[in-house]
Design a protein around this ligand. Structure first.
Ligand SMILES: *Cc1c(COP(=O)(O)O)cnc(C)c1O
Length: 376
């Protein structure tokens, strides 16, 4: 059977996890955590990167950090993972959903301004499939209306917009190291990128259960106390060790994923040219990370038939997301701004193919063969 996903393994994960165990310190902010944080800070020119238990936790940290209050409004696409919305709903915000662009499945930047009200506090662009939203337009709107931009870059590690790393452009960026993402911290993990230096001190306090323990460990204060709201948003150093092994091979993983992505694209291109399927679009300003390979069929029936066809060939493909605005919690906590022209219709015809670092050429040939036989 060819699974839809397998967690990436590069070879040195076990060795590094073992050395974390021998260091006598497994809790957060150990040696591997520091190495990983510095790697991102230097590479992406980010003033502060903090490893967290998940992208969900990073989004929650972001909502606390920008002081979201009951009644505030937060703008995001409806076509996203639940955590993007939940993090802000937990603080009492109302979610304002904006339609997506059919070419990238990202929030349509031309529709955001109409969704802004007196109550709007933040825009949360989600970089779907590791392909960037139009960050120039979004940052300009944020500037004009004095809003925060929290990038949900869960899928965008190693992707760029005009040469800048996704997650490093808004005031705060959130990464995921879940095992379904390009790089994993042993199954679960995340990072909060603090791009606005004014937010750094409070970010460290929120992450350390509301205490100034980080300053205490650096010798900046002689005791630590409860200062603010907070929670436990640290990643175990055992997980950071796993992640470090992946980052040492970041380019290797990225290149291999891009190669797999291109193989799918080249094989399916003739079908797209005949108008039978739609393939992903990569706008010129986006350098992607091949997080995902998806295609869109004519409609939901066709899409479901393809999933069944592949399953009979022991190949697992999946679809997502059920748009948040039409889900029970979305109806309760959110509202769609304008018309749902693309969100529902496009999500219903989308299917994701097996796409992971350790997928072999042979396995991919089997997937492509089965796809081509479905269309013939
Ligand atoms: C995976 C994902 C998340 C959640 O990441 P976790 O690390 O599992 O919490 C959030 N947003 C998007 C867009 C995702 O793809």
């Amino acid at each position: 059977m060819i699974p839809f996903n397998a967690p990436p393994v590069t070879g040195s994960e076990a060795e590094y996890m073992h050395s974390a165990m021998e260091s006598g310190k497994l809790c957060g902010d150990g040696g591997f955590t520091r190495r990983v944080q510095q790697w991102f800070e230097q590479r992406y020119h980010v003033p502060k990167v903090l490893l967290t238990p998940s992208c969900t936790a990073s989004l929650e940290m972001a909502a606390l950090l920008i002081n979201i209050q009951p009644g505030d409004e937060v703008i995001m696409p409806s076509y996203t993972f639940v955590s993007t919305a939940n993090a802000f709903v937990l603080r009492g915000a109302k979610i304002i959903f904006v339609d997506i662009r059919p070419d990238t499945m990202n929030i349509d930047e031309t529709l955001i301004e109409a969704a802004i009200t007196e109550k709007t506090r933040a825009i949360v662009p989600v970089h779907y499939a590791g392909v960037s939203c139009d960050m120039d337009k979004i940052m300009a709107l944020a500037d004009k209306y004095k809003l925060y931009v929290i990038e949900d870059a869960a899928q965008g590690v190693m992707s760029c917009w005009k040469g800048r790393a996704l997650g490093s452009i808004g005031h705060i960026g959130c990464f995921s190291f879940h095992e379904t993402k390009n790089y994993t911290a042993g199954g679960e993990g995340g990072a909060t990128l603090i791009n606005d230096p004014a937010l750094i001190d409070r970010a460290e306090i929120i992450r350390e259960k509301g205490t100034n323990r980080s300053q205490f460990f650096r010798g900046q204060v002689d005791k630590y106390t409860w200062r603010d709201l907070g929670s436990s948003y640290l990643m175990s150093d055992l997980q950071a060790a796993y992640l470090w092994a992946q980052l040492e091979n970041a380019e290797v993983i990225n290149q291999r994923r891009l190669e797999l992505w291109q193989n799918y694209y080249d094989a399916l291109r003739p079908l797209a040219d005949q108008g039978r399927i739609t393939l992903p679009t990569l706008p010129a300003d986006c350098q992607h990370n091949a997080h995902m390979f998806y295609l869109k069929l004519r409609d939901q029936d066709d899409r479901d038939r393809l999933i069944t066809w592949l399953k009979e060939a022991e190949i697992l493909s999946v679809f997502h997301y059920i748009p948040l605005h039409s889900s029970p919690a979305g109806l309760q906590f959110g509202e769609f701004s304008g018309d749902d022209r693309y969100t529902t219709a496009e999500s219903e015809r989308l299917v994701r193919l097996p796409m992971y670092y350790n997928l072999t050429n042979n396995q991919q040939k089997i997937v492509i063969g089965s796809l081509l036989s479905f269309f013939s």
